[in-house]
Design a protein. Structure first.
Length: 159
């Protein structure tokens, strides 16, 4: 496995056509999934701001699963740091995708940056975390949300 290769492909790990629940990922995310000759690797999980930074009414299962994924990622960082394996969680906020609902686009327009993020912006952070330059970045939760999680809510004036 070389730089840029992805461990998340079902074809490589035989995880099936859909991601398994977090406990299934935990069974597969272990040291023997990384190349033995280098003892180096990068694990970048993609969680969500929902469940790790904030929660929505009626979204308990989704929020719990995303928070669990962050816990798994951080625990792996501790367990595998000595082997040169980094493990970080990427936490996107509102992202403009082909699946974005109108209500989500409206929410994205309300973040301090004034727009939803783009898939490319999330991919750029992921590429950095998977790169050799991120060798000393591990156990981190990187939020990509246009400052939505750090801004204090204020009443917006009527237009």
């Amino acid at each position: 496995m070389g730089y840029g290769d992805s461990l998340t492909s079902p074809a490589r790990g035989g995880w099936g056509p859909c991601p398994q629940p977090v406990h299934g990922l935990a069974r597969h995310a272990r040291r023997d999934q990384f190349p033995a000759r280098s003892r180096l690797g990068r694990l970048v999980t993609v969680s969500s701001a929902s469940g790790t930074i904030r929660a929505s009414c009626g979204d308990v299962a989704y929020a719990a699963a995303k928070a669990d994924l962050v816990g798994l990622t951080r625990a792996l960082a501790v367990d595998e740091a000595g082997a040169g394996i980094t493990s970080n969680a990427l936490v996107p906020g509102w992202i403009a995708t082909g699946f974005e609902l109108t209500s989500e686009a409206l929410e994205g327009a309300l973040v301090p940056a004034g727009r939803s993020g783009t898939p490319g912006e999330v991919a750029s952070v992921s590429a950095f975390l998977a790169s050799p330059g991120a060798a000393h970045v591990t156990g981190q939760v990187i939020v990509v949300d246009g400052e939505n999680s750090v801004a204090e809510p204020v009443a917006r004036p009527d237009p």
